[in-house]
Design a protein around this ligand. Structure first.
Ligand SMILES: [Fe+2]
Ligand SMILES: [Fe+2]
Length: 487
């Protein structure tokens, strides 16, 4: 049964779609170590020429991971698939299991036509991978910031090679996600997408007072880092030093996991710290593991879907295949985050009180702002890709009035109320996904000895993680949404 009854004029004055339009640092716009270059630069500060006797075990894992990653052809596969993608060729099939669809499990989903259900499946892929691309922009920046620290130490050449290889791979991944995303949304929603008030996703307007406050905060935080780190360790990263020589600083992400974790000023402070002492450079990888884990929770089921089709001898849609090969590429990156974030930091002197505080602050922010649960709508998608549930509802409101559904304003609100204010299967699916990465993160962070109990036990990530609590939050968000569209 088709939901659409009355066509509503589309408001195309605000052309927005999720977070599309992520600024990606241009290749070569910031210094990158070449894949074959082993540069232990003689101009670094306190860590110059130090040979650190690390655990042979984790060095071996890093060497093997680098070799396997370098020899694999998954990135090349992604590149070739991306070139061949045309939406019309894959619009009539699912790209993942139906449960990875916008609005899955809601009464609205149950009533949607087969075409609409597939569109919801495709848009979910697009939005979720748009967020993946944003998080990978973070990786491009921070791999270079921290590799700039590791290359000042003897014995970490393979790790630096791996980080450079990963950075190069991320550029290809981002390109593929953006290209498939752009072609899909254009085909489904028209060249201009659709109007979306996106009030909560807009940056807050900045006044002269708030600019002054941000600048002052920045000065204080940089002063703190400079004076609290051990002498000679501030901004030891060659990457940051090269940028500094050009009068620049590393770009500060505003989207993806990093952008969600902290304000730009606070994130810039973390960048300075992760680009300083070897301990803190390693600690960044505990943070990266959070991104890896969240992505894995979405991509592993897609990879299983790929294998299911392959086993059945059925044609595999290009987006499904891209997700599968990306999952395989990312498994190398996850291993590196695990080894560096969990084990390699032990190669260095025990953290100072300051370093411990910085590390714990970062993990606390990740718990609170990145691994958060929200209400659990659409398999937890809003918590990953939208600032909050109200932003997600505004997006759905526009989608229901777009060419995909063609609902009137009144019908759209009616279906949204039915879908967001009553218990349905979608909340249970979201809870299952959440449970998977809660277990993963508790296991990982539980092995890190410098963390305070609140972080080591990840106490904040499943507070009120129940279907009832999710429904309560969803109802409250819908109330707020309704009031915002009523004015
Ligand atoms: Fe990637
Ligand atoms: Fe990655």
């Amino acid at each position: 049964m088709r939901l659409a009854m009355v066509h509503s004029a589309l408001n195309t004055s605000h052309v927005q779609f999720g977070n599309l339009g992520i600024p990606v640092p241009k290749k070569g716009s910031f210094p990158m170590t070449s894949l074959t270059e082993k540069n232990y630069r003689a101009d670094s500060q306190s860590a110059v020429g130090k040979t650190v006797k690390g655990s042979a075990k984790h060095r071996k894992v890093i060497d093997i991971t680098y070799r396997n990653n370098d020899e694999s052809d998954y990135t090349e596969q992604i590149e070739a698939l991306e070139q061949a993608f045309r939406y019309a060729d894959y619009q009539h099939c699912y790209w993942t299991e139906p449960e990875q669809s916008l609005l899955y499990g809601t009464p609205l989903y149950e009533q949607a036509t087969a075409d609409q259900k597939r569109a919801l499946n495709h848009l979910y892929w697009v939005i979720q991978n748009n967020n993946t691309a944003a998080s990978e922009v973070n990786t491009i920046i921070y791999n270079q910031v921290t590799a700039g620290v590791f290359e000042t130490l003897s014995g970490y050449d393979k790790l630096c090679d791996e980080l450079t290889l990963e950075t190069d791979q991320e550029y290809h991944h981002i390109h593929a996600f953006q290209k498939v995303g752009h072609r899909t949304r254009t085909a489904l929603l028209g060249r201009k997408g659709f109007g979306w008030t996106g009030k909560d996703n807009k940056e807050a307007p900045t006044s002269r007072v708030s600019n002054w406050f941000a600048r002052s905060q920045d000065t204080v935080l940089q002063f703190l880092a400079k004076h609290m780190l051990k002498p000679g360790e501030y901004l030891v990263s060659n990457y940051l030093k090269e940028l500094e020589a050009q009068g620049k600083f590393a770009p500060t992400p505003t989207q993806g996991s990093g952008g969600r974790a902290a304000s730009p000023t606070v994130l810039k402070f973390f960048t300075s710290n992760w680009g300083s002492s070897p301990f803190l450079a390693c600690q960044y990888y505990a943070m990266r593991y959070v991104s890896n884990g969240l992505l894995k929770s979405q991509e592993h089921p897609r990879s299983r879907y790929f294998k299911k089709l392959e086993k059945a001898g059925e044609p595999i849609p290009i987006p499904t295949a891209i997700s599968h090969y990306h999952f395989l590429d990312e498994s190398f990156h996850t291993t590196i985050s695990l080894i560096v974030g969990r084990d390699m930091y032990r190669d260095f002197a025990k953290p100072t009180v300051y370093e411990r505080a910085i590390a714990n602050w970062a993990v606390y922010l990740a718990q609170r702002n990145v691994i958060c649960y929200h209400s659990g709508l659409s398999t937890g998608l809003p918590a990953r890709c939208f600032r909050n549930d109200v932003s997600f509802m505004e997006f759905i409101y526009r989608l229901l009035q777009s060419p995909v559904f063609e609902l009137s304003d009144q019908d759209a609100r009616h279906w949204m109320e039915k879908s967001f204010c009553a218990e349905h299967e979608g909340f249970h699916v979201a809870k299952r996904y959440q449970k998977g990465f809660v277990t993963d993160f508790r296991q990982f962070f539980g092995q890190i000895d410098y963390l305070w109990p609140i972080n080591r036990e990840m106490r904040l990530i499943d507070v009120e993680n129940t279907v009832d609590a999710g429904l309560r939050r969803s109802r409250a968000a819908f109330q707020e949404f309704s009031e915002s569209v009523a004015v």
